[in-house]
Design a protein around this ligand. Structure first.
Ligand SMILES: *[C@@H]1O[C@H](CO)[C@@H](O)[C@H](O)[C@H]1NC(C)=O
Ligand SMILES: *[C@@H]1O[C@H](CO)[C@@H](O)[C@H](O)[C@H]1NC(C)=O
Ligand SMILES: *[C@@H]1O[C@H](CO)[C@@H](O)[C@H](O)[C@H]1NC(C)=O
Ligand SMILES: *[C@@H]1O[C@H](CO)[C@@H](O)[C@H](O)[C@H]1NC(C)=O
Ligand SMILES: *[C@@H]1O[C@H](CO)[C@@H](O)[C@H](O)[C@H]1NC(C)=O
Ligand SMILES: *[C@@H]1O[C@H](CO)[C@@H](O)[C@H](O)[C@H]1NC(C)=O
Ligand SMILES: *[C@@H]1O[C@H](CO)[C@@H](O)[C@H](O)[C@H]1NC(C)=O
Ligand SMILES: *[C@@H]1O[C@H](CO)[C@@H](O)[C@H](O)[C@H]1NC(C)=O
Ligand SMILES: *[C@@H]1O[C@H](CO)[C@@H](O)[C@H](O)[C@H]1NC(C)=O
Ligand SMILES: *[C@@H]1O[C@H](CO)[C@@H](O)[C@H](O)[C@H]1NC(C)=O
Ligand SMILES: *[C@@H]1O[C@H](CO)[C@@H](O)[C@H](O)[C@H]1NC(C)=O
Ligand SMILES: *[C@@H]1O[C@H](CO)[C@@H](O)[C@H](O)[C@H]1NC(C)=O
Length: 552
């Protein structure tokens, strides 16, 4: 396993930090050379912020280079980075932050930040297990107690020592409420920025593209946490992601993302980072990045979906992994517009699998899979059909792989929501309201019944149960969840699902998705009132949509 480059660059000032590998030290010599070191490697900069030495395993990796190296310049105006100011911002054992600054003619003088990226490759001959892969940024708790992940803004509690631990990093606070690090999880591909702020400053991770992250469109991850911590997870194991194994020859370019530092009062720094994120997105892919593993020439794929027009379109290249849980490749996604048209920009040229699944209606099992080759420039694909099932007699919710529109699903994540859904409930088709009478998840042992009228007509029925999450329990040490389904007291389906941890960690809309299609013989339909009973034998289930179809 080689960690080839830990890159840091600037836009307007050059800020360099080194946070890997234990304690970091900063040493400045009389002639102004700055050495940042930890127990993995060290790097020495001259006054022009060029690298003089790069020490690793007893070797100097730039020892034979005579020209300026590891320096920054920019394309517009033939710019060269010749800093006139040097500052030590922080010199502590877990963070060294130095700044080289050059006044810049652009109007973004207030901006501070540095870009980071990683190139990782397995140039050995054995598979290397990486499991989780992340950057962790700890900020001053006392100075910057506020955290924001776009969806949620609040104060990060700090001292949990005296508070009862309920489960994995979940505490009950003195006012009876709960705090968990999972409260500030969000859908990463819907979250271009998040950060920590207070005391007149803000520190943010801006990710103009999430092409390099593990997981699919519904990948949820820890972003900000308690104790003023930011996490930039490149690949994680949370919520069903697979083991991250890198095979011999595998390589991947992660980033760049921007570590953005701004100043102003609390309201200003949040407004400002949202503004800056738009600028970064417009500049993606960064044309200052000169690296053969970071193509600037990208492809745009356009097309349309017929049948079910509302759909998610995914393009990814890790063929031997399912798109939702992929770890090794690049992944792009977008939704169709109201006419079924889609566009996905800025795709690295290469071979991909195109996946399309519905975001409305009842065809939860529908999945278009097609191999495509993306070239730089625009390309239009032939229309693809997402056939809508016909003959749906009734449905609870619509499929989109989320429990949204059910009660509590739109609340902010917290441990306590799982306490509220009832053990047993009865939902009457035609009378009950799924926003109010159906809950985001069936979190207790018990039975939820759907009562409806039907009339046998010699044809079979199809019951679709789309499951947005299936979770065991940490408190009861359950590594799986079991669901039993009956029609008019006759068992029609029973299955055990592996625990993905979504429900007990406070997720309210999704975890790992399953689409179950259950065929019901015609003779099992009662003339008049019928009852489908969903029994949680143990664990918990979050439903995406349930529907009942009369077949031809
Ligand atoms: C950084 O802090 C360390 C530990 O306090 C100290 O030994 C070192 O001299 C400091 N470096 C500079 C350049 O101030
Ligand atoms: C800092 O650099 C000076 C000059 O090269 C050297 O004498 C000293 O030992 C260094 N200190 C540390 C802690 O590396
Ligand atoms: C920085 O770059 C300028 C311009 O190329 C050069 O004159 C100067 O000597 C350099 N300073 C150092 C310390 O390398
Ligand atoms: C930097 O790393 C090189 C190579 O590992 C080593 O020889 C050197 O002593 C290190 N320098 C500092 C200041 O840690
Ligand atoms: C893998 O590489 C090591 C070290 O280079 C070598 O000893 C070993 O024989 C190689 N194994 C295989 C299966 O090629
Ligand atoms: C997603 O589609 C919208 C239009 O529906 C478009 O404005 C946007 O740029 C697309 N995003 C990407 C990454 O292509
Ligand atoms: C893409 O696939 C085609 C065959 O379908 C193959 O010829 C080509 O080498 C592949 N390109 C890459 C970049 O893997
Ligand atoms: C798509 O490409 C992958 C990788 O080349 C290959 O394994 C797979 O069989 C292809 N699928 C189809 C449907 O052609
Ligand atoms: C739910 O139904 C089961 C089976 O009828 C029953 O044993 C249990 O007491 C019910 N739970 C509540 C809270 O009523
Ligand atoms: C259909 O009904 C019969 C008679 O009640 C029952 O034995 C059988 O298990 C039922 N099958 C299904 C699939 O519901
Ligand atoms: C179902 O019941 C209705 C009246 O409730 C009756 O008119 C109809 O014939 C019955 N159908 C079957 C197939 O038994
Ligand atoms: C749910 O039922 C299972 C199996 O019957 C049991 O082991 C578990 O303790 C029950 N859970 C609760 C919270 O009662």
């Amino acid at each position: 396993m080689n960690l080839n480059i830990f890159g840091s660059l600037l836009v307007c000032g050059l800020h360099l930090t080194l946070t890997f590998g234990g304690d970091v030290t900063l040493n400045i010599t009389e002639d102004g050379h700055a050495t940042i070191s930890n127990d993995l490697f060290n790097v020495t900069f001259d006054n022009n912020a060029s690298v003089l030495a790069l020490g690793k395993n007893g070797k100097d990796l730039v020892g034979t280079v005579t020209a300026r190296t590891f320096y920054f310049d920019w394309n517009a105006g033939g710019g060269k980075f010749l800093p006139t100011e040097f500052k030590i911002i922080t010199n502590s054992s877990n963070l060294v932050h130095i700044m080289y600054f050059q006044p810049f003619s652009h109007k973004r003088l207030e901006m501070d930040g540095f870009y980071q990226w990683l190139k990782v490759q397995n140039n050995g001959n054995e598979t290397v297990k990486m499991s989780e892969f992340r950057m962790v940024y700890r900020l001053s708790k006392s100075l910057m107690p506020y955290i924001n992940n776009m969806r949620r803004n609040g104060v990060s509690p700090n001292n949990f020592n005296s508070m009862p631990t309920i489960q994995d990093t979940t505490w009950q606070l003195t006012d009876g409420s709960y705090w968990s690090k999972y409260d500030y999880v969000s859908y990463i591909r819907e979250t271009p920025w998040f950060g920590v702020y207070g005391g007149g400053v803000g520190s943010w991770v801006i990710s103009p593209s999430r092409e390099y992250h593990g997981g699919g469109p519904l990948k949820q991850e820890l972003l900000t946490q308690h104790e003023s911590l930011m996490c930039h997870y490149l690949t994680s194991k949370h919520f069903g992601t697979l083991e991250f194994d890198t095979k011999p020859g595998w390589s991947k370019f992660y980033g760049p993302w921007l570590l953005y530092i701004n100043s102003g009062d609390n309201e200003m720094v949040v407004e400002d980072v949202a503004r800056q994120a738009k600028i970064e997105i417009d500049q993606w892919p960064y044309n200052w990045m000169e690296d053969s593993d970071f193509p600037i020439e990208r492809g745009t794929v356009m097309g349309s979906v017929t049948g079910q027009l509302s759909a998610e379109v995914v393009i990814y290249d890790s063929f031997d992994e399912p798109f939702e849980y992929q770890t090794r490749g690049y992944l792009y996604n977008n939704k169709t517009d109201e006419n079924g048209n889609y566009v996905i920009k800025n795709i690295r040229p290469g071979n991909y699998s195109l996946i399309i699944y519905p975001l409305a209606g009842q065809g939860s099992e529908n999945l278009i899979t097609k191999n495509i080759t993306v070239v730089s420039g625009n390309q239009v694909l032939d229309p693809l059909d997402l056939t809508e099932p016909i003959g749906i007699l009734w449905a609870v919710g619509e499929t989109n792989r989320r429990s949204d529109n059910f009660r509590y699903s739109d609340e902010l994540r917290n441990f306590y929501w799982h306490m509220f859904p009832p053990e047993n409930l009865t939902f009457y088709i035609g009378k009950s309201n799924s926003n109010k009478d159906w809950y985001y998840a069936q979190t207790h042992n018990g039975t939820w019944k759907v009562v409806f009228e039907d009339m046998p007509n010699g044809r079979t029925r199809t019951l679709r149960i789309a499951i947005a999450a299936a979770s065991g329990s940490l408190i009861f040490n359950l590594q799986s969840a079991k669901l039993r389904v009956s029609l008019n007291d006759a068992l029609i389906f029973e299955k055990e699902y592996e625990n993905e941890g979504a429900i007990y960690r406070g997720m309210l809309q999704s975890g790992k998705f399953y689409s179950e299609k259950i065929e019901i013989p015609s003779e099992n339909v009662t003339n008049g009132t019928n009852v489908i009973a969903l029994t949680v034998v143990y664990g918990g289930f979050m439903y995406d949509a349930i529907s009942y179809q009369i077949n031809d």
